[in-house]
Ligand binder design. Structure first.
Ligand SMILES: Cc1ncc(COP(=O)(O)O)c(C=O)c1O
Length: 435
């Protein structure tokens, strides 16, 4: 526990950047759902069994079997996390920095690391959400869908400049919103018509499958593994951060169906991450991933997971705090512009709200707006990401109380300006000053 005075001092030491605050100064940590979940007893038992052989460890084969069962793909590489998979994919499909000049990679909405890796190659990362997906207050079942009309228009104009198409399931950048199977099928058909590869950013594939099962007409009777398989069957490959639906603290996966491209990725993996049977991880990490990728598809787990996020969203909405509707799978996103209409986007209303939640109650959240996305920000959001299998309802009730307290004095909050920032991914290290 900390006092408000201690938290203000901590904020000042961190130059009002919540990534710079020591975890000991945080009471409830909703900064991210990435790698922050609790592993199960089975996973910890797996950690004990980890085979640390450099090549061909039994833990690697368990990982491989599980990923093959899950995705139906045979070309599978372990990596240390999602962005390592993204980096390899971009280098294989686009090339080294500057090779991507003039190219475009469309996505429903790129996550920040995906965008940064694509832009690092010189290519442009374009978001093609539907208009509905970009509006926070609209309630619709699949606001993560990629706008197929926009994709067709883009391909009609510049097909030669598009090395591949991506779809992010669920779509973190617009509120953890799911993508329907029908939309994935349409995107696949368009990619086939234009001869384009389709890759999934599949970090939250199981949460997406649960939404398909519970929201998409005709899908309720299918099992989660079957829906997951149908999603992957539509893709030419995928990048996965296992820190989400792999239920582990570190790990990632890269899948590429094409044998020649997979061979190139394997060579690059050896160059930068490690041999192909461990990919920058320990054998025990592969063991934990093999188990996590199976446990995440248990329906009782998914029902509890999605319902507890929904509970937080419902209570905030009842208290008059506007959120991206409906609540996403892994997080609830508060619409900071709606709560702080007096702070314009260039004064970072999301940063102001995130700092206020921390100062008031020691709750660490994450700005997803103009600080993180720069001019690409479509909304000014504060994400309350829920770590998996970690917090109880009473923790979440405390979060709700603090958010409602902040709402009482929201009109007195001030914006921020950035006084120092790096070239890319500025939200991790930028320094802020209150206005
Ligand atoms: C949709 C999405 N893609 C990619 C990543 C990157 O994964 P990692 O943090 O493991 O590099 C994340 C992480 O939050 C994500 O949410």
């Amino acid at each position: 526990m900390t006092t408000k005075e201690q938290r203000l001092a901590s904020l000042q030491r961190a130059h009002f950047n919540l990534f710079q605050i020591p975890a000991t100064d945080v009471i409830i940590d909703l900064l991210t759902d990435s790698g922050t979940g609790a592993m199960s007893s089975e996973q910890w038992a797996g950690i004990m069994r980890g085979d640390e052989s450099y090549a061909g460890a039994t833990s690697y084969y368990r990982f491989l079997d599980q990923l093959e069962k899950l995705t139906g793909m045979r070309n599978i590489l372990p990596t240390h996390q999602g962005r390592a998979s993204e980096r390899l994919l971009v280098e294989v499909l686009i090339g080294s920095p500057a090779d991507g000049n003039g190219m475009i990679v469309p996505n429903n909405a790129h996550f920040d690391t995906t965008r940064a890796n694509i832009e690092h190659s010189g290519a442009e990362a374009i978001d093609l959400l539907t208009d509905e997906g970009a509006r926070s207050e609209t309630i619709a079942p699949f606001k993560g869908d990629l706008d197929v009309a926009k994709l067709v228009r883009l391909l009609n104009e510049r097909a030669d400049d598009v090395p591949f198409v991506m779809v992010t399931v669920t779509c973190n950048s617009n509120g953890g919103q799911p993508v329907s199977l029908a939309n994935l099928k349409q995107v696949r058909e368009i990619c086939d018509a234009y001869g384009k590869l389709l890759f999934l950013d599949a970090c939250r594939f199981a949460e997406n499958a649960w939404f398909i099962k519970t929201r998409e007409p005709g899908q309720a009777s299918k099992s989660v593994p079957r829906i997951v398989r149908e999603m992957f069957d539509l893709a030419d490959g995928a990048t996965i951060s296992a820190k989400k639906d792999g239920l582990v603290n570190i790990g990632g996966v890269l899948l590429i169906r094409d044998d020649a491209k997979f061979a190139s990725a394997s060579n690059l993996l050896i160059l930068t991450e490690g041999f192909v049977t461990y990919g920058g991880l320990a054998g025990r990490d592969l063991e934990a991933m093999a188990i996590g990728f199976e446990e995440v598809m248990h329906e009782d787990y998914l029902r509890y997971r999605i319902r507890s996020t929904e509970y937080l969203g419902e209570k905030l909405t009842e208290g008059g705090i506007a959120i991206v509707q409906p609540p996403g799978g892994h997080a609830v996103y508060i619409d900071a512009s709606a709560l702080l209409p007096h702070i314009p986007p260039h004064e970072f209303p999301g940063q102001a709200l995130a700092c206020a939640l921390y100062e008031q109650g020691g709750i660490r959240t994450c700005e997803i707006g103009s600080v993180m996305m720069g001019e690409h920000a479509v909304m000014q959001l504060v994400r309350l990401a829920i770590p998996r299998r970690t917090y109880t309802q009473s923790h979440i009730d405390y979060v709700i109380e603090v958010a409602l307290e902040v709402k009482q004095f929201a009109d007195t909050l001030k914006g921020f300006r950035i006084v120092e920032e790096p070239e890319a991914l500025r939200h991790f290290t930028a320094k802020f000053e209150p206005l």
